[in-house]
Write a protein that binds this ligand. Sequence first.
Ligand code: KG4
Ligand code: ZN
Length: 339
Amino acid sequence: MIKDTYVLGIETSCDETAVAIIKNGTEIVTNIVSSQIESHKRFGGVVPEIASRHHVEQVTFVLEEALEQAEMTMEEIDCIAVTEGPGLVGALLIGVNAAKALAFAHNKPLVGVHHIAGHIYANRLVKEMKFPLLSLVVSGGHTELVLMKEHGSSFEVIGETRDDAAGEAYDKVARTLNLPYPGGPHIDRLAHEGEPTLDLPRAWLEEGSYDFSFSGLKSAVINTLHNAKQKGKTIYPQDLAASFQASVIDVLVTKTVRAVKEYNVEQLLLAGGVAANKGLRAALEEAFKELDTELVIPPLSLCTDNAAMIAAAGTILFEQGKRGDMAMNAHPGLDIENF
Ligand code: KG4
Ligand code: ZN
């Protein structure tokens, strides 16, 4: 009989303290996420010092809860996977140190995982991956199209944002509309109540480019509001949200479809916090009706930061023989093509 593999994942790169246990890389045994959003809300964004303090306070509890819920002990865990970057350095360090302490105390192998690799591997908890594949990664810190030809660290970035990430643009536009942090879900909700009547720019960039740019769009939203105010005109936030969202989705979906055709991939995996966006999910589903490529979209709980995705990516790396040691450090700017 082949023994099952249990990987325990730890994620603390930003504002969620998360621990999960995954069986054989594909099955969630337990997935605990302790969010700090309430603590950061009044500052309108994540405050790094507050994030680190929360992680210190939470990580042991979340770990105990995960083991308790799974009815498992550390002895039954085969490997510990932890996000080593990118992210906030102080926040990452709490997870890395917790993982090293556990690995040392229980004599278990340790594997470092790239946060975005984790977001991509969240999809393996939904569907087995088929290569070559493309992943559209849209989070608070990243917007990129990633090509994978096989399992593991084989990530080729074919396009990325030149300025703001999609989630960052959502959060900044939300702040302009006085909506709470994180703004993405609020804009998403408002957008469904309005009409995309305002003419906002789409940054296509050079012909053939798979890169993105959202800072011009963000400025256009701010200018539109500002000009309307000066002229005493009313702009409905619902229509502004709908117009902004239409612009973001138009560029994301058009470039993704073009890349899927050019690279002739088996699957398109949607990944990252903005993958929770209802408009984006619906637009991709519509566009992929016409294509032979399979579209995989994780459930909302696996789109935003969690440790199940870290354990899922960690399982593959563990099986491929990747190992970290007690010298493992946090890498706030870790590059997905070289990790
Ligand atoms: O992946 P994630 O949880 O954290 C990072 O790794 O950055 O992504 C967080 C981002 C935030 O910018 C948040 O506003 C955005 O995801 N987000 C959304 C939605 N839900 C979360 N953006 C648009 N629509 C949503 N429904
Ligand atoms: Zn993330």
